[in-house]
Design a protein around this ligand. Structure first.
Ligand SMILES: Nc1ncnc2c1ncn2[C@@H]1O[C@H](COP(=O)(O)OP(=O)(O)OP(=O)(O)O)[C@@H](O)[C@H]1O
Ligand SMILES: [Mg+2]
Length: 312
């Protein structure tokens, strides 16, 4: 490990817990209807707008899109109304993981050719999905006008939604940072590898520099064990605490699991195809944690209005 990350620190673990999926066979269960109704009531009672969860990373290929897609489905299976937006402006591919053929993408919205409703498709478990577009430089370098236009369309998603999950892509571009800074929750995905952790820390530094005050968590993917994931979390969290005075929550972890790779090959979300897998149990634990906290999250007004504010 590089010098950026000293030995595991003394983080006190006062973070939202995620259960212990290693010792159970938790799946993404279809909750009894009364529990689903209760969750939705909780969500709308406290909500002025949807809870927004931005998923990002420093290094690419660490599992953001898999997390975003499967988490969104898991939350929908709990009875929450979920929208998944592929905001990865460079390498949008959430549609592939769900085998969804989408005729229109965010690009059509940005160029004014389609409305957001025309672009929205229904995905597994009834999630509403807004596809991104790959390989368009225009998306990676939005003009101020295009960004405003996109944001005002996305704002309409909040009306009928409890949680908006955004796959924001990797890195620290202006687009990624703007969406992340404004979200209720930012989940920074990493693997336990030193390079990935170092890049994750770079993202945390940018969030800190942007004075992001909301909840920021670290999700450790492709860990060999829960202990390895926890050690990686503690390493990064202790450095952020010590050098930036910035709190990073434990947002959960996912074990390295061949079920993920196989599901990707079949273009089928693993929480559906391999509902009993270790990976599914890990996602279920994270979804449980998020659903429990959903009522307390959205007290900051419209997410997309906050994004507009960042560019004012
Ligand atoms: N827990 C896991 N166990 C095994 N393989 C995994 C796991 N998570 C992800 N992978 C593998 O890593 C690949 C990359 O995952 P994914 O596309 O979700 O990453 P990403 O962070 O979205 O990448 P990008 O930065 O390119 O958008 C997947 O195709 C899958 O094969
Ligand atoms: Mg991705």
């Amino acid at each position: 490990m590089s010098g950026i990350f000293p030995a595991a620190g003394t983080m006190d673990g006062n973070r939202p817990g995620n259960g212990d999926p290693e010792h159970g066979t938790t799946q993404c269960p279809s909750q009894p209807i009364d529990q689903a109704t209760r969750l939705r009531e909780l969500a709308s009672a406290a909500r002025r707008s949807a809870t927004t969860v931005a998923i990002t990373s420093g290094k690419g290929g660490v599992g953001k899109t898999n997390l975003a897609v499967n988490l969104a489905i898991c939350l929908a299976e709990k009875g929450l109304r979920v929208a998944l937006v592929d905001l990865d402006m460079g390498l949008a591919n959430a549609d592939l993981l769900m085998n969804l053929r989408t005729r229109y993408t965010l690009l059509h919205v940005i160029s004014g050719q389609r409305t957001i409703e025309e672009v929205c498709t229904t995905g597994p478990a009834g999630i509403r999905f807004v596809a991104g577009a790959s390989g368009f430089e225009q998306l990676a370098n939005l003009t101020e006008f295009e960004r405003q236009n996109l944001i005002s369309w996305l704002q309409t998603l909040e009306d009928h939604t409890d949680i908006v999950v955004m796959d924001c892509g990797a890195g620290i571009s202006r687009n990624v940072v703007s969406f992340a800074v404004a979200a209720d929750r930012v989940v920074v995905v990493t693997t336990p590898q030193p390079t990935a952790l170092t890049d994750a820390y770079a993202v945390v530094k940018v969030l800190h520099r942007e004075s992001r005050a909301g909840w920021t968590g670290l999700f450790v993917n492709m860990a060999e064990s829960k202990a390895e994931a926890r050690a990686a979390y503690e390493r990064l969290a202790s450095v952020a605490e010590r050098f930036l005075n910035y709190s990073i929550a434990d947002s959960g972890y996912m074990l390295h699991d061949s079920a993920v790779e196989q599901a990707v090959r079949h273009r089928d979300p693993f929480v559906i195809r391999y509902a009993n897998s270790n990976a599914s149990a890990c996602i279920a634990a994270m979804a449980d944690d998020l659903a429990r906290n959903v009522s307390g999250l959205s007290r900051r007004g419209s997410f997309f209005k906050r994004v507009v504010g960042l560019f004012a």
